[in-house]
Design a protein around this ligand. Structure first.
Ligand SMILES: C[S@@+](CC[C@H](N)C(=O)[O-])C[C@H]1O[C@@H](n2cnc3c(N)ncnc32)[C@H](O)[C@@H]1O
Length: 250
């Protein structure tokens, strides 16, 4: 497998009490890996499970699909792809957090899928994987945490075969004023407290709501995908606009 030496990962010292910069956000996930899955279910009212299932149903046509899940975390997307779409032959999960990958490895082994699903510790902006080697690349709640969203989109397109598909799940804000106000109240006041209390890391869940509020979504994110060279870009709105599933072909 081709390795790109020009984009090594630079590790800077962490400051756990502060909101992390996006280039080292993965360090924060190291500290919450043990409670991550439970908190996802709790804070999304289990909608995250349905969203990942939808993602599995939007894979491109064809059989024996080779998939890559970037920012795989505890591998919930990889497992959903394999479970809900029988056309998936193999999957590679990429993440920088050792602790998230440790949980991912255990979950994959517990389901007897270690031969089909492989994990790689690498940086999403420069994965060191061969060009045009995947039929589909997924990233769920990960692009917001990358040091550079556009560079990550270019990297995703590079590893996709021509005609391959990117599927990107990310939080958004509802369009309707009422839903938006309710959602912002939840994001700003309920989520950081519940997340902080359960995980023991208040900064991590403060980081979550500030990054959701400042990250491009909807048409603005579609434009970023087009700028990275994706075609037929569409955004599927999920749960009143609390999340979007973006689809684009290489
Ligand atoms: C919110 S979690 C999403 C995990 C999983 N995709 C899911 O749907 O639950 C974001 C993940 O991005 C990873 N991450 C952050 N920065 C990264 C980077 N530069 N390269 C690779 N992974 C990164 C974190 O370690 C974390 O596991």
């Amino acid at each position: 497998m081709q390795k790109h030496e020009e984009c090594e990962v630079h590790e800077t010292p962490s400051r756990p009490t502060q909101t992390p910069p996006r280039d080292t956000s993965w360090r924060m996930f190291d500290t919450i890996a043990g409670r991550y899955d439970a908190l996802n279910r709790l804070l999304s009212f289990r909608r995250d499970v349905a969203w990942r299932r939808m993602l599995a149903n939007l894979l491109p046509p064809g059989d024996h699909l080779r998939t890559l899940d970037l920012a795989t975390g505890t591998a919930d997307v990889l497992l959903a792809l394999k479970r809900f779409n029988p056309r998936v032959a193999s999957g590679v999960g990429v993440d920088m957090s050792r602790n998230m990958l440790r949980h991912a490895k255990d979950k994959i082994a517990a389901r007897g899928l270690s031969d089909a699903l492989r994990l790689v510790r690498s940086n999403g902006v420069c994965m060191g994987l061969a060009d045009a080697s995947f039929d589909a690349v997924t990233i769920s709640f990960g692009i917001r945490n990358m040091p550079d969203a556009l560079a990550t989109l270019h990297e995703i397109r590079r590893v996709l075969r021509p005609g391959g598909r990117a599927l990107i799940l990310e939080f958004a804000l509802p369009k309707s004023n009422v839903m938006r106000a309710l959602h912002l109240f939840y994001l700003r006041h309920a989520l950081p407290h519940i997340g902080g209390l359960v995980s023991g890391n208040f900064a991590a869940y403060r980081y979550l709501n500030t990054t959701i509020e400042t990250f491009p979504y909807g048409e603005e994110f579609c434009a970023l995908m087009r700028e990275a060279g994706f075609r037929s870009v569409v955004a599927h709105t999920l749960t009143f606009g609390a999340a979007n599933l973006y689809q684009g072909d290489a």
